[in-house]
Structures are given as structure tokens and as C-alpha cells.
Design a protein around this ligand. Structure first.
Ligand code: MSP
Length: 668
């Protein structure tokens, strides 16, 4: 059977500037879609590239004192190396200065000309060079471009026009018949009302500059840069000469673009295609824009987010994850490094990282490092939530990806991760290991956990390819993302037991708080204290008074035996903390070495809780510690504090906050 095909594109990026987070966003989204479709068995064509012609690039080159081709050759590497860093799996990269593109643009122009849709006239109006857009007087806002707010140029020159008005009805009918063609729906409605308002003919050549493709019939005319650029989507399918390939890959399945360039894609482009007797693309999806800490991103504000820097700091996959998880695709979103760091620590280090780490350690410890088999007789009701989450994952992913709801797809994966983490708590493998009769049950639980990691890693692949490979390798499976893999292996019971797991470094080591985060935390604490208001202040005063009275009532010469003053108590610095790692101290039954986070710092604490708890059971738990206890050595290991636990001689339970709280919070 011939594989179905899928063709997805990004915009081609202008080479007058370096890549920023906006460019990275579309390209990561397109890559995720392409990878997902490949897993589903599609022969996938995934195109990105650079838009190298036009007045804007010509001006940038002049300002840099070089010729435009040199500028383009220099800048194209910035894009290509970013795509490598971001692990982008494009199958083609188009540059509008390539001869294959020249051929396609010329052919399309000739086709429209032969159709009688091209005529010579005079364009008189305004032009915005940064947006490469023609504007009418009415569209200007304070004599500036309504899109970017920058000054516009008045132009009056001879031009060739495309008879776009001829296609108004045909285009409207097409859009109405294909409700998914323009998405999201809000944007679709904007386009419908724009087209219904009347389409004017479009100037598609300029004589005021020279950096571009000369029209075949009149070489002093240079193709309007948007006419030139849009054709790139046809160039790579071999238009006009490779008829077979055009037939196979056209129409494109998905043009991913930002909201600012929707009109070019959803009005001009389908009209050109209709005139050339080609079908409009199946879908044009316009995503929102990123602001940065609430502000528009711009060079003048100096707040442009450099994707290279983000990858250097947080890694490719964490950055990819954040882009697609933080904001529903289609909506505007705000980028802040703080939000990225929070997601990194909570979703990646805590949820996913811990699940892997705990599962692998337990398979290592309780099953000799090999994935044990599942025994149906050892199935229990407590397996149901995990099975349900796993069984529903494929359907949820399919539905979410079909709507380009990347954040929902990731939520579905994290539902499994969270359910699996809870499953560890509920099934308590460390207890099962202690009972000879529970060995089959233990092996079933461990299998279920390994299976969860297996399915999570497969579905995570389109979003975080390297992480997916690392998880698969850790559970002893050779990573393979061939087509149909989802159909072949992404189902319950497909994981074969017996493979040897490879416990390696944590997938996402926790990030330490930055100075800025510490300062913000401190400010929040102070605001909270100040925010208690008058009532609070009065309350605090009363409290102090009561303490004083209490101290005054102490018998002369000190407190009653066994009693301490509130002052004594306040010298003890109790804090909330999270256990990051736990291991047994060799030759001791009782002592565990814990690594805990206090938010602002990490401590090593030795605790005598080893007869009550297994190390794996403790990872990720919040506890209360006495933080200002003088450090001491226990069996040669330094302990920098004490973990609080209830119990007399034996430990009955660690003390943990009722709700999740910030780490390092005072306990009083
Ligand atoms: N060259 C044209 C596209 C031609 S496609 C036939 C172009 N290039 S661009 O480099 O200026 O912009 C490319 C993309 O970046 C656009 O989709 C735009 O929406 C996107 N973004 C630019 N700034 C952005 C944000 N701040 N946030 C998200 N995307 C943004 O336009």
C-alpha cells in the first residue's frame, strides 16, 4: 500500500534579521506536526526556508555595506544552525534566490498572464517596507503603518496588476465549503469579512528597487516580494516541471504562519492558485504572537529573545516543551524566563524526571535491572486509573493533534505521568518487595510503570525527540521512530519484558533559583506580611502581648521544668523542604542520606528513618526540617539539619504539609 502523504510548511523567514523566538515557535510547531505524522505512517514533506528578496533585504544590505546576496548567504546559516540546534527535521530548505525558485515564480507569472489575469497599470499609494505591504491612505494610522507602526513611503510607479477581484466569489465559496481551511475560527471570520468587503486587484511588480526576480515579459519590473515568496510552497514540490510530484504533494496540508501574515496566505495565495488552476492549501493555521514579560518584543526595547541562548541555558527539549505547552496554539502568549524555569522544575524535573528515575531505580533494585513480566493473576483494582490513562492516550493525542492543540496533547501525556507517579505511592513496591507472596504483584506493578514510560516516550517524541530517545534507551529499547510505529507499538502489552534497563543521569536536573527569583520570593513574602493590613497588625500586636504575658507569668528563676518560652521556640528555624534524592548509608539499617531542597539552597540530611521508609518512596515528598541545627556527622556522613518525624522509639511517620507549599517556607 502506498503511504499517505502529508505536506507541512513554515513561513520562509526574511534574512534582514537574526532569528528570534517567533521564528523558533512556528518552526518547532511544524516540526512537531511533521514528526507526529511520520509516526502515524505518513510520507511527510516538511519545508522551511528563507525569504531573501525585496526592498527590506536590499535596504538592510545597503546599511551593512554589502550586497544583498552576501547578506543572505551570511544570514541563512543563522537560520540553518538554529534549526539544527532545535532538532528540526525539515526535508527541504528553500532559498528564494535559488534557480529552482526562479523557475517556479516565472512559470506562475506566465500562467496568470496566459489566463488574462495580468495587466499593466500605475500604482499610486503607500508602501511599508518593514512589512513589504501596499497600503491605502485610509489604512494608515497617524500616517504610519497600521501593522508595525513604522513610517510608510509614498510610491507612484508603473506596475503589473493581478486581477484578484475576479476571484472574490470563487474564494468565498471555497472558504465557506472548507470550514477548516482557515484556523482558528476567529481568524477565519476576519478573512471572510475582508473578502466579502470586496477584493481589489493587486499590484504584483515594483520598479523602485532591483533585488528580486525580474518579470519574464518586462525585466525592469521586479516581482512583488510576496508574490515571489508565496510561490516557495510550490517550488519544492517541483512546480512546474515535475508534474507527478506536484500531483502527489499539492495541495499542501498545512501552512503554519503567524497572525500578521494571514491575509497574504488566506487571500492572495489561494487567489493566485485558483488563477493557476491549482487547489488552495488544505489548511492555513495562524498562531498568536509572543510578548516578552508583557511587552511587545522589539529591537528598540532590547527584549528580543534569542532562541540560541535559551537552548544553551535549558536545552533543546525543555525550550521546545515550553513553547508548545505554555500557550494554547492560536492564542497570544507571554514569554518569561521565570515561567520557563518553573515549568522546567515542575513538569520536567519533578513529574517526568522523577517518574523515570524512580521506575528505573526500582526495576534495578527489585527486579535485577530487567523489566519483569506482567502476570494477569496479579492484576488489582488499583491498576485501573493507570490503565485507563494509558488506554485513552492515543485517542486524546489524535484529537488534540488534529486540532493543532499542542498544549492539550502535552496535557494528555502529563496525565499519564502524574497518574503513574501516584501509582507508585498507591502500590508501594518497596512493601511488596518485603513479602515473598507479593513477588508476582511487584513484577506486575514494575511492568506497568515501564509500560507507562514506553508509551509516554513514544507520544512525547514529536515534542521532545531527544528526551524520548533517552527514555527508550533507559528502558532498554533501541529508539526507533519509523513510520507506523504508533500503530505497531503504542498499545498496552506491546512492551516486551526482559530488556535490561540503563539507569543514567536524571533527565532534567533541577534548576537552582536565580538571584532575581530569590529577590522576587523575598518581595512576595514581605508583601504578604504588609498585606495582613491593620487587622493583621493588631492581631500581631496582640500575639506579642500574649507572649510577653506568658513569659511574665513564668515562675521566678525560669520556666517550669519541661517548658520552653516562645522565645526558645522562635530560635528554631523550621522550614518546609522537598526530598530530591534518597539513598541508604552503607552498613546502616536505619540511616538514609537525603538531599533536600529549601528553594534557595540544597542540604544533605542524614535521617534515621531507614527502617520505616524505602529511599524511592521519599523522592519528591515535602517534609519539615529543622534548618538551623548545628551540622553533625553520622557514620561519617555530614548532616545539615534534621527531618521531623512522629514516633517514639520507632519512626511512625514523617511530617509533611497538608497542602503543597513553597519550599523553604517558615514553619511556626
Ligand atoms: N518572509 C515573510 C513570510 C513569507 S512566507 C511566504 C515573513 N518573514 S518574517 O521573518 O518576518 O516572519 C516570519 C514569522 O515570524 C511570521 O509568521 C511571524 O508571525 C512570526 N513572528 C514574528 N514575530 C513574532 C512573535 N513575537 N511571536 C510569534 N511569532 C512572530 O513574514
Amino acid at each position: 500500500m502506498r503511504r499517505p502523504r502529508y505536506y507541512v510548511t513554515t513561513p520562509i523567514y526574511y534574512v534582514n534579521d537574526v532569528p528570534h523566538i517567533g521564528h523558533a515557535y512556528t518552526t518547532v510547531a511544524a516540526d512537531t506536526m511533521a514528526r507526529y505524522k511520520r509516526l502515524c505512517g505518513y510520507e511527510t514533506l516538511f519545508l522551511t526556508g528563507t525569504d531573501e528578496h525585496g526592498q527590506k533585504v536590499e535596504k538592510a544590505a545597503a546599511a551593512a555595506g554589502e550586497n544583498p546576496q552576501t547578506l543572505a548567504d551570511r544570514m541563512v546559516h543563522r537560520y540553518q544552525s538554529l534549526w539544527q540546534r532545535l532538532n528540526i527535521s525539515n526535508t527541504d530548505f528553500v532559498r528564494t534566490t535559488e534557480s529552482r525558485h526562479h523557475t517556479a515564480v516565472t512559470a506562475l507569472f506566465k500562467k496568470l498572464e496566459a489566463k488574462g489575469d495580468i495587466y499593466k497599470g500605475e500604482y499610486e499609494g503607500w508602501y511599508c517596507v518593514p512589512c513589504e505591504t501596499f497600503l491605502t491612505e485610509l489604512q494608515l494610522v497617524n500616517l504610519a503603518c497600521p501593522i508595525c507602526g513604522r513610517p510608510v513611503e509614498k510610491i507612484k510607479e508603473e506596475s503589473y496588476f493581478f486581477a484578484m477581484s475576479k476571484y472574490q466569489d470563487q474564494l468565498l465559496t471555497w472558504i465557506n465549503k472548507h470550514p477548516k481551511m482557515i484556523q482558528p475560527n476567529g481568524r477565519r471570520n476576519e478573512i471572510i469579512s475582508f473578502v466579502s468587503g470586496g477584493l481589489k486587484d493587486l499590484s504584483i511588480s515594483r520598479t523602485g528597487f532591483s533585488w528580486g526576480i525580474a518579470l519574464p515579459n518586462d525585466p525592469k519590473h521586479i516581482a512583488y516580494v510576496w508574490f515571489d515568496a508565496l510561490v516557495n510552497y510550490l517550488t519544492v514540490v517541483g512546480y512546474p516541471n515535475d508534474v507527478q510530484r506536484v500531483r502527489r504533494f499539492w495541495p499542501a496540508d498545512l501552512h503554519l504562519i503567524g497572525k500578521d501574515i494571514l491575509r497574504f496566505h488566506a487571500v492572495y495565495w489561494p487567489a493566485f492558485l485558483m488563477a493557476a488552476d491549482l487547489q488552495p492549501p488544505r489548511q492555513i493555521f495562524s498562531h498568536g504572537w509572543w510578548t516578552v514579560n508583557g511587552e511587545k518584543m522589539s529591537k528598540s526595547r532590547g527584549n528580543v529573545i534569542d532562541p540560541f541562548a535559551m537552548v544553551d541555558l535549558y536545552g533543546t527539549d525543555a525550550f521546545r516543551y515550553f513553547l508548545l505547552r505554555e500557550v494554547p496554539f492560536g492564542q497570544d502568549g507571554d514569554f518569561s524566563e521565570r515561567a520557563l524555569r518553573q515549568r522546567y522544575n515542575s513538569d520536567l524535573a519533578n513529574d517526568l524526571g522523577n517518574l523515570c528515575f524512580r521506575t528505573l531505580s526500582m526495576i534495578d533494585r527489585y527486579a535485577g535491572g530487567r523489566i519483569p513480566p506482567r502476570t494477569s493473576s496479579a492484576k488489582m483494582k488499583e491498576d485501573d486509573p493507570l490503565h485507563k490513562a494509558l488506554a485513552g492516550l492515543g485517542g486524546k493525542m489524535g484529537a488534540a493533534m488534529g486540532e493543532l492543540a499542542f498544549h492539550r496533547a502535552l496535557q494528555a501525556i502529563w496525565e499519564v505521568v502524574e497518574t503513574a507517579n501516584r501509582y507508585i505511592e498507591v502500590t508501594a513496591p518497596w512493601n511488596l518487595d518485603k513479602q515473598v507472596k507479593k513477588k508476582q504483584r511487584l513484577s506486575t506493578v514494575l511492568y506497568n510503570l515501564a509500560e507507562s514510560l514506553h508509551l509516554v516516550s513514544l507520544y512525547l517524541y514529536p515534542f521532545m525527540p531527544q528526551t524520548s530517545e533517552r527514555i527508550l534507551t533507559q528502558i532498554g529499547i533501541k529508539p526507533s521512530f519509523e513510520s507506523w510505529i504508533l500503530a505497531k507499538t503504542a498499545r498496552l502489552g506491546a512492551l516486551r519484558p526482559g530488556t535490561t534497563v540503563k539507569k543514567t543521569e536524571p533527565l532534567f536536573p533541577r534548576l537552582e533559583p536565580t538571584e532575581e527569583e530569590l529577590a522576587a520570593e523575598e518581595a512576595a513574602k514581605q508583601r504578604k506580611t504588609a498585606g495582613r493590613g491593620k487587622q493583621g497588625q493588631q492581631g500581631a500586636q496582640k500575639e506579642q502581648k500574649a507572649h510577653k504575658q506568658q513569659e511574665a507569668q513564668q515562675p521566678a528563676g525560669g520556666q517550669a521544668p519541661g517548658q520552653i518560652t516562645i522565645g526558645d521556640f522562635s530560635r528554631m528555624d523550621f522550614r518546609t523542604a522537598r526530598i530530591l534524592a534518597a539513598e541508604r548509608i552503607p552498613n546502616s539499617q536505619k540511616l538514609l542520606k537525603l538531599r533536600v531542597s529549601l528553594g534557595t539552597e540544597e542540604r544533605q540530611i542524614v535521617a534515621g528513618i531507614g527502617t520505616k521508609y524505602e529511599p524511592d518512596q521519599l523522592i519528591g515528598k515535602q517534609v519539615v526540617i529543622l534548618a538551623n541545627l548545628r551540622p553533625a556527622k553520622l557514620m561519617g556522613v555530614e548532616s545539615q539539619g534534621m527531618v521531623l518525624a512522629a514516633g517514639d522509639a520507632a519512626v511512625a511517620s514523617l511530617i509533611t504539609p497538608l497542602e503543597e507549599v513553597a519550599e523553604g517556607m517558615k514553619v511556626k
